[in-house]
Design a protein around this ligand. Structure first.
Ligand code: ADP
Ligand code: MG
Ligand code: MG
Length: 906
């Protein structure tokens, strides 16, 4: 049996349909489908995406052999329906050869129009149409496109001028005209000749005259365009696999450049920017293909409403608009009416916003493409909810229509679109935390706080950030760092705060000493303005105005809908009452992780903390801990209060102590004075805390085991905070979590300390309240022995940052040096610190959940860490039947949507 490689369509019939997009590509599948539902489409055929892969396997010569008879038959099919003949000199058929992948990749691959022309065919077409201008305009476009795409005349560097454009400019300059459409027939003929000469000169090859040879050249060039740099980069960004391949659609040309009754355009059934239910688009009279988007002529609006709005924005008078730029609705009312009917029909058929291309040839309308339109995050939500209200889709479909990650755009301040167009990009870093920010440059966290206190907006520019910069980061509008990846301190903390951050901007040169930063050869000083786009990683000079994000009614409606279907709850990670209330406002059902260490970075607290660490004796430690207690209690009270009635999971002290001690002489002297000891004593103690491998060193529960006083103090702070709130009539629900457990014995020991301290505290208050003691599963051994641990622990929270680190053996602080190579060589598909590795790390989680349930059937399981806000990871947790995912406040809606989708997809 031979495999079918070519699918024809035309005249209301098609061998393919919309369901076949994997094989025919989105464009090919929809061209077939439009035929089937009675939309006028020029006849043609589509070569499958499988052939593209075959092309890469067997090469050009062999693929032509394999395809030859089917393609010849399909060309006959077009000829019959069009009543014309490919290469004929009296009644010639011209075709377009178009690319189209499974997922739309607008403008990334190549298309060739007007194929089938040569000198003889052109003369024949002139005789037939009596329109030499049209013929030679089409001819020169064809030679240009064919030269660029098939014969690879297109310059490799973006900066170099296209040789064809150069020739056109020369010819136009000779006669002092500006627009392509003002070229005379003779000039167009001359262009064809000059183009062909340029091709011969540059490539040594003659331009192919034989239309069949032209066709094969074009088909193979479209296959090749799948692997052009643009397409590869786009796939990387969108996560589209290289294996999909592109289909090739060949179809009869229709001409928008045949005179004043011809036109070409693009239109959308709704507004792709804000989702408004308003048909809109642009068109050009006497033009072809890409002219509308090419920007050489000003396109006109399709609807009158659109045209009026456009004129108002552009400051064009009504008189000028009506005479020079009338809408299609006014200028071609009959065609407009047909166009409007069909766009409605298509939207109803696909039940989604459509992005369409059309051409009018001498008063007859043809559709050339339709696809589900790309849209912004806010348009996505509005369109889904509107379609639901209009009865076009059901609730589950509305949930599935929204892409969780795109909600991000709705949660952060954004740049004003018009302002952005004028802004000047000066460098590019990693899009570490989305949003828009602008402000005055500062280089130190203190300066950020000071200037902020004086009412200024600041951008904190650092080589890299450390936990001590936290308050400064919080005061800044945005953060720019020269070093560090997507999981660097700056990135993680900024995302947690919902603060715009661009990290790893290798092109900037920071001097703390001079308080300057050099970007793109220009020196910026403290106080100068810059703007950051955390969504793209771009950095702009000067002030680009921003708008605050707003939660629209549609957004809330979507979130309520999610709650109706979801099984997995979403909690938030929060270290402050402010974070807790932001998370709660976004719908968090509690706190999944409170990191107590973040509370210590505050002038007074850090001194007490350092005193505790630097103390040599249990008594000295006890004394310092007593100073810390009231601070901790107040912090916990604030958080428990903000989450009143909802569970709050508090993790005991986790990071290596070395992170807290002063490393500078001044700081060490302050501590010496504070504690009444020599500077050298302090220095010795600091040195003794240094570790070769701090991530695997003295941290987590190991701290609580060696210094039980810390665990006891933190428990006391948590329990007394809860008791005080209870007395005030509140309903606090604390959970105490022991970090970095590897053996059940560790947990048992810590649990005893917690219970003892809690009992004492309850005695002081004279009453008790409910609280739970659980653990983090973040060491592989804990996952392996989860059944033993579950006999003691009331809940598991999977700390997937550490679990990933320890399962792969990749230091998450050092991965940036080899991750790019791993991604490049396809050893890893994605950064495992961003997207949970379901295959490996996921297996440990799966095992631990099952083992835990065997011993404690109702054991609560949740995930915290970066993965808790990443849609595919959240869905994985939902599939395991886990109870919750916890993520930074600004990702709560994203996780809620992903969780609901997992439930709907079941
Ligand atoms: P892209 O995927 O970049 O949009 P297309 O294959 O859609 O590329 O084609 C580029 C342009 O050429 C579009 O404006 C399209 O409408 C136009 N075009 C393609 N085929 C034809 C045709 N047979 N007749 C007229 N115009 C066409
Ligand atoms: Mg297109
Ligand atoms: Mg951890």
């Amino acid at each position: 049996m031979t495999e079918k490689r070519v699918y024809t369509f035309g005249n209301g019939k098609a061998e393919g349909n919309a369901q076949m997009r994997e094989l025919l590509g989105g464009k090919g599948a929809n061209l077939a489908e439009m035929n089937l539902i009675g939309v006028p489409v020029p006849p043609g055929f589509t070569i499958t995406t499988d052939c593209c892969n075959e092309y890469y396997k067997i090469g050009q010569e062999k693929i032509i052999k394999v395809l030859e008879s089917e393609v010849n038959g399909a060309v006959k099919h077009i000829e019959n329906l069009m009543n014309s003949k490919f290469g004929d000199t009296t009644n010639p058929l011209l075709v377009s050869v178009r690319s189209g992948a499974r997922a739309s990749m607008p403008g990334m691959m190549d298309t060739i129009l007007n194929l089938g022309l040569n000198d003889e065919v052109a003369e024949g077409l002139v005789a037939k149409t009596n329109n030499p201008h049209f013929v030679y305009d089409s001819y020169r476009r064809f030679v240009q496109m064919y030269g660029d795409v098939v014969l690879e005349m297109k310059p490799v560097n973006k900066e170099d001028i296209d040789p064809f454009e150069e020739i056109i400019e020369e010819v136009k300059a000779e006669r002092g005209i500006k627009l392509d459409k003002d070229l005379t027939v003779d000039e167009l003929k001359k262009l064809v000749k000059l183009f062909k000469e340029a091709i011969k000169e540059r490539t040594g090859k003659d331009f192919p005259n034989d239309p069949i040879e032209q066709l094969w050249g074009a088909i193979c060039a479209v296959f090749r365009s799948w692997m052009n740099d643009r397409a590869i980069l786009y796939r990387k960004m969108e996560g589209i696999p290289d294996e999909w391949g592109t289909a090739v659609s060949v179809m009869a040309m229709v001409f928008g450049n045949m005179g004043e009754t011809s036109a070409t355009g693009v239109c959308f059934s709704r507004d792709a920017g804000n989702g408004e239910n308003l048909f809109n688009g642009e068109y050009l009279v006497n033009a072809q293909g890409e002219d509308v988007v090419a920007g050489t002529r000003t396109p006109q609006q399709i609807t009158k409403v659109g045209s009026l709005r456009w004129a108002q924005r552009a400051g064009i008078s009504e008189e000028e608009r009506a005479s020079k730029y009338p809408s299609m609705e006014e200028a071609m009312p009959d065609i407009f009416a047909q166009l409007n009917d069909i766009q409605e029909k298509l939207e109803h058929h696909y039940r989604d916003m459509q992005d369409m291309e059309f051409t009018v040839q001498e008063g007859k309308l043809w559709f050339l493409q339709t696809r589900n339109g790309k849209r912004t995050g806010s348009a996505m939500v509005k369109i889904a909810i509107d379609l639901l209200h209009e009865g076009m889709i059901d609730e589950k479909t509305a949930i599935l229509r929204c892409e969780p990650n795109k909600l991000d755009e709705l949660l952060h301040p954004v740049f004003d679109k018009l302002a952005l167009q004028k802004a000047n990009v000066i460098t590019q870093g990693l899009p570490a935390s989305p949003g828009a920010a602008c402000g005055q440059i500062v280089f130190h966290a203190d300066d950020a706080q000071d200037r902020h206190a004086d009412g200024h907006k600041v951008i904190l520019v650092r080589i890299e950030t450390s936990p001590e910069d936290l308050a400064g980061m919080s005061a800044a509008e945005g953060i720019l760092t020269a070093r560090g990846g997507m999981t660097s301190h700056a990135a993680v903390v900024a995302r947690g705060m919902g603060k715009c951050c661009v990290s790893g901007a290798g092109g900037i040169n920071v001097s703390y000493k001079d308080k300057t930063v050099e970007i793109d050869g220009q020196l910026y000083r403290e106080g100068d303005y810059i703007s950051l786009n955390g969504t793209t990683g771009q950095v702009y000079a000067g002030e680009v105005p921003t708008k605050a994000a707003e939660l629209s009614g549609d957004f809330k409606e979507l979130m309520d809908l999610c709650d109706k279907y979801t099984k997995l709850q979403v909690r938030t990670n929060a270290d402050t009452p402010h974070d807790a209330s932001v998370g709660r406002a976004f719908g968090a059902k509690g706190i999944g992780l409170t990191r107590t260490e973040h509370m210590f970075f505050d002038d007074k607290k850090i001194i007490a903390m350092r005193e505790m660490i630097l103390a040599d004796t249990p008594e000295g430690r006890e004394k310092a801990l007593n100073k810390l207690l009231p601070y901790q209690k107040a912090d916990f009270k604030g958080i428990l209060e903000a989450m009143d009635g909802l569970p709050v999971n508090i993790r005991l002290l986790d990071p290596p102590l070395h992170e807290f001690v002063p490393h500078d002489l001044v700081g060490q002297q302050v501590m010496a004075d504070e504690m009444g000891v020599d500077l050298s004593t302090i220095q010795r103690r600091v040195a003794s805390l240094a570790e070769n491998n701090p991530m695997l060193g003295h941290r987590g529960c190991r701290l609580g085991i060696t210094f039980p006083e810390i665990t006891a103090m933190q428990t006391r702070a948590i329990i007394s905070a809860a008791c005080e709130l209870k007395k005030e009539g509140k309903n606090p629900k604390p959970e105490i979590m022991v970090p970095l457990i590897g053996t059940v014995a560790e947990f048992r020991q810590q649990k005893a300390v917690i219970l003892k301290s809690a009992r004492r505290t309850f005695d002081e208050y004279g009453f008790k309240l409910e609280f739970e003691i659980g653990t983090m599963i973040e060491i592989p051994r804990a996952a392996l022995t989860a059944d033993l641990i579950a006999s003691e622990a009331q809940y598991f929270s999977f700390g997937t940052n550490d679990l990933t680190q320890m399962t792969f053996g990749y230091s998450r602080d050092d991965i940036a040096s080899f991750l790019p190579a791993y991604l490049d060589k396809k050893i890893l598909k994605v950064d495992p610190f961003q997207v949970l590795d379901q295959e490996g790390v996921g297996q440990l989680i799966h095992m631990a959940v099952e083992k835990g349930r065997r011993v404690r059937p109702n054991i609560r399981t949740g995930i915290c860490g970066e993965h808790g806000g990443e849609p595919s990871s959240v869905k994985f947790c939902a599939k395991l039947g886990m109870n919750y995912a916890s993520c930074s406040p600004y990702r709560v809606p994203i996780a809620r949507l992903a969780a609901a989708q997992a439930a709907v997809e079941e």
